[in-house]
Design a protein around this ligand. Structure first.
Ligand code: B1M
Length: 212
């Protein structure tokens, strides 16, 4: 691996935003492609962070810092990836369900999955079922992800799946759900395809859904 890519991996792991823009631009000017920088720099860095998070060796603030570093680089690489027609891994529409304002976990999940090369459409929090339906119609994602942190808002996941069914879209997407009160039993009960207990599992599940 080139020294520059190794440096990018380290900067992502350390979550130091200072140098990433210059490093990304230097890598591009030295002839590395946007896809190479993503696949061999940013993604291995985020994979490391995800594993460390799973082992409780890194914590939420660390993951958010690493994700911010990755995002700063992706802001430069994204347009180039689109220009070069590089195939993204897949598409994800994600949101925290209606009535629920908790978005820290959802943001982590979105960032991890983006780090795995997905194009992510983040609808934010307090997202009504009809907004999920509209986003699926517009973006044609492979996966819909829903997050809920309140026992009272879990039922909005159910209503969202029903709305997707009514719109004839349910069979066109895989649905993954998560959040502290959510369980795999609940996922089964409402007809979701997967329950994920954390952001790393969510990333692995998303990869599995699109076969990478
Ligand atoms: Co609220 N809150 N909160 N809160 N809050 C909880 C969730 C609560 C457990 C606290 C408690 O009572 N012990 C409790 C819920 C009880 C229940 O229903 N079971 C609660 C309550 C009651 C409330 C209010 C009703 C309080 C009030 O106003 N009386 C209110 C509700 C507002 C609303 O949503 N309508 C409220 C408000 C808030 C704040 C706005 C102040 C703030 C949210 C800020 C924000 O998100 N921007 C907040 C916070 C911060 C929390 C706690 C302290 C932390 C949540 C968090 O961010 N955890 C929380 C108590 C706690 O959990 N210790 C609490 C860190 C985050 C990384 O974890 O979100 O679980 P988590 O995400 C994980 C996994 O769950 C999973 O991966 C993530 C990363 O590993 N995951 C997914 C999550 N979504 C996923 C989706 C996936 C896959 C995996 O696929 C798509």
């Amino acid at each position: 691996m080139s020294d520059l890519l190794a440096e990018i991996v380290t900067v992502v792991i350390e979550g130091k935003p200072g140098g990433i823009v210059a490093l990304t631009e230097k890598a591009l000017s030295e002839g590395l492609s946007a896809k190479e920088i993503l696949d061999k720099g940013l993604m291995p860095g985020m994979d490391h962070v995800g594993e460390a998070f799973k082992r409780a060796e890194m914590f939420v603030p660390d993951v958010l810092l690493s994700a911010r570093v990755m995002q700063a680089s992706m802001d430069i690489l994204g347009p180039k990836l689109v220009e070069s027609g590089a195939k993204m891994t897949g598409k994800l529409v994600i949101g925290t369900v209606q009535g629920d304002l908790h978005d820290i976990g959802k943001n982590l999940v979105a960032m991890m999955i983006e780090g795995a090369g997905f194009e992510v459409f983040d609808l934010g929090n307090d997202v009504p079922p009809e907004a999920f339906v509209q986003a699926v119609q517009e973006h044609k994602p492979d996966i819909v992800g829903m997050s809920a942190l309140l026992t009272t808002t879990m039922r909005a996941m159910d209503r969202t799946i029903e709305a997707l069914k009514e719109a004839g879209l349910r069979d066109q997407v895989k649905i993954m759900i998560g959040g502290a009160p959510v369980t795999s039993d609940f996922a089964q009960q409402i007809g979701a395809d997967a329950y994920c207990s954390n952001a790393t599992t969510a990333k692995e599940t998303a990869r599995g859904f699109v076969g990478v």
